[in-house]
Design a protein around this ligand. Sequence first.
Ligand code: HEM
Length: 456
Amino acid sequence: MELLLPILLGFLACLVGGLYLLGVFRQRRPGEPPLDKGLIPWLGHVLEFRRNTLKFLERMAKKHGEIFTVQLGGFYITFVQDPFSFGGFVKESRDKLDFRKVALHLAHRVFGYKAVEGERRILRISSNKHLKGEGLEEVTQAFMSNLQNMMLHNIGSAAEDRTWKEDGLFRYSYNVVFRAGYLALFGNVPHKSEQREHAAKHVTPGLIGEDQLFPRLAYGVLPPMEKLAAERLKTYDRVKSIDMSMINRYMFVLLWASQSNIGPSSFWLLLFLMKHPEAMKAVKEEVDKVLKESGQEVRPGGPMVNLTREMLLKTPILDSAVEENLRLTAAPLLTRAVIKDMTFKMADGREYLLRKGDRIAIFPFSSVQHDPEIHPEPHSFKYDRFLNPDGTKKTDFYKAGKKVKYYTMPWGSGVSMCPGRFFATSELKQFVFLIVYDFGAHTSPKKTDPWSLCWV
Ligand code: HEM
């Protein structure tokens, strides 16, 4: 009996300590946003959040208002849903709200990557060098030439082999854009060499997974079989099979960052254009005009088209269609780690206390991009939504009579804003240029599915 009591007390202390660590005893303190922990300790609402983020956040906003804290897989995350208050999130100093901590946590969990010193600096310098100005021009040219090789010259099939082929839109779009983008950013072999053809054939989107692996890994809710697959991914089994000795985990993180969104985006853009003949017609007329002005034409098997950055800057209609496509489909969850106890100020003057160790996030997909007040008929594709009647870019959007600064945020904002956004936009536009300019994608007699693509 004498022995049993200390054991019992020890067990109880461990239990209480464990529950404390699981966040079971956390209570809302005065001045903090409404707290919703969910029913399951530690996991909180993560399963519902993963199942349908949009619905979950709408439900929480209805229940708690424009700011609330929820428990998700061990983290307490405060969501700000009011677009007028995004400035406080985007512009807050790094010593209070830090993106890097969140990004490194994800990169480590997903890719087993541990930060090396100066990595942010390297990323900034190399992005400025290769994804802006002259560097951007070069990488755009490289992408164009790769894309034409894939689409018009059909790498991997001999001339006598040229018969109608049919493929699903998603597979086709992801494949060509991924391969061309991969070679433009990571390729180091001379243009039109045998190695390049080899690389073009062996690099596939499967490298980074077309599945839901990344998001599920990120929230730590992978089932055992997929966890195993993820571990294999970290040891590079799939990457080793292609000849890229320079590759390392950081390159893999960059590969994911640069390629995971562009394939799906190109697919959606093509699908929207195919489903909206008036949009396809307007875009095609614009493309025709730009190509004619440059004295060129796109022909399967014909000479390469020289599509310069300058030409790509003369397409306001296509720009608007690309922006509308991203408004409808890009759904980044922008997150910062709360580095010290702080006060968050809402646009209407309300102030909320945030705790050190928590996170704060915005999800513009629901709070801005699909808000019917900011974007009437938010679920429809309107190719000219971002065009003024005089053909210039439209940037004036309103909610409750007030101008909204962050009216669409597919690239994020502030310190973590996508450094590849200019290149990505150019990739999407080049893909559409070649597709709409009759590159050989016709309705063949053999075509079986209206949403597939046939080409020779
Ligand atoms: C449609 C295509 C793309 C979309 C929608 C997209 C979107 C985003 C978003 C929303 C972020 C910020 C994430 C956050 O704040 O949590 C981001 C970060 C990033 N993106 Fe993109 N991106 C695209 C294509 C690209 C391309 C083509 C590249 C490279 C050439 C690229 C390179 C990066 C990198 C390196 C980061 C991390 C930035 C950092 O750590 O500060 N992205 N992207």
